[in-house]
Design a protein around this ligand. Sequence first.
Ligand code: PMP
Length: 289
Amino acid sequence: MNYEKLKGLIWFNGKLVSARSAKLHILSHGLHFASVSFEGIRVYNGEAFLLSEHIKRLFDSSKMLEIKIKYTRDEIANACKKIIKTQKLKEGYLRPVVWRGGQSMAPGIKNAKINLAIAGWEWPIYYSNLAKKKGIKLTTTKWKRPPVECAPVKSKCSGLYMICTLAKHEAEKKKYDDAIMQDLDGNVCETTSSNIFFIKNGNIETPIADCFLSGITRKTVIKICNKQNLNIKETKINFKKLKSYESCFITGTAAEITPVNKINKIKYDTNNNILKKIMNNFEQLKKQN
Ligand code: PMP
C-alpha cells in the first residue's frame, strides 16, 4: 500500500480533513530533526485494543522529547474512535503522530507549534498465518541499540527507527524476516519492531528493557504469564546464551505473538506448549476487546 494515497479522513490538529489534504510543511522541524513521537494501535472488531495504554505512551514519549501535547488523553481517545468510525475500521490500525512545526531550521526550537494527527486504515494481518504457525527467521545486525545515556531509548520516537530501518534492510537482504538487535555488551534487546522472549525447561525469559522499548504487548504477555502461573523472568540475555533455549517468540502490536524458528543457525521449536498457551491467551484477550 502507498500510504500517501490513503483514502478517507485523517484527524489533524482537532479537525477531520481529507487524507489527501492532510499535509505537513517541507520545513517542519519534525522531518529534519526527528522531533516526532508516534503510536501504533491495533483495531480488533471495530475497537481500539489497549487504547489508554497507547495514549499514555504517546504522552510519555512526547515528554522525553520535551514536547507538550495540548490535547487531553480523553480528547485523543475520542479522536481515535472518530477515525475508527469514519474509516469504517473492523480489523485495522491507528497511527497517531506528534511533531514539531517549522518555526526553526536548527535543532534548538522553543515555542514550536506542536502538531498531532491520527490516521487509520484497514490492516488485518502483519505476519501471515503461516508465519504464526511455522515461525519467522531472525538474524544478527551490525547496528546496536544505543545505551540510555545516548538517546531517549525507552520512547517510541522516530529518531530511534533510523537504525531499525537499516537493520531490517540488512536482514531482508540476507533473506531473513527481521533482525535481532543487541546492546554494546552483546546482550539481546529486541527486533526492529518487536520485543523478544525465550523458553527453556518450562521457564520464560525476556531481556530487561533497559535500552529499548518495553512494548505494550510485552507487558501484556508478562501479565498473562503471571496470571497463568507461568515462570517468567526479566533478565540480561547475552547473545552467547541463545543456543541454550528451546523456543523463542516475538511480541508487538503489529507482530502480536509470533514464534521464531531460527536465529542465524540456531533452531527453535515453534510447537512449544507454553508458547501455544500464551498465544491462546492473547487471542482470548483480543476476542474480549
Ligand atoms: N520495539 C520496537 C522498536 C517497536 O517499534 C515496537 C512496536 N511498537 C515494539 C518493540 C513492541 O511494542 P508494542 O508491543 O507496544 O507494539
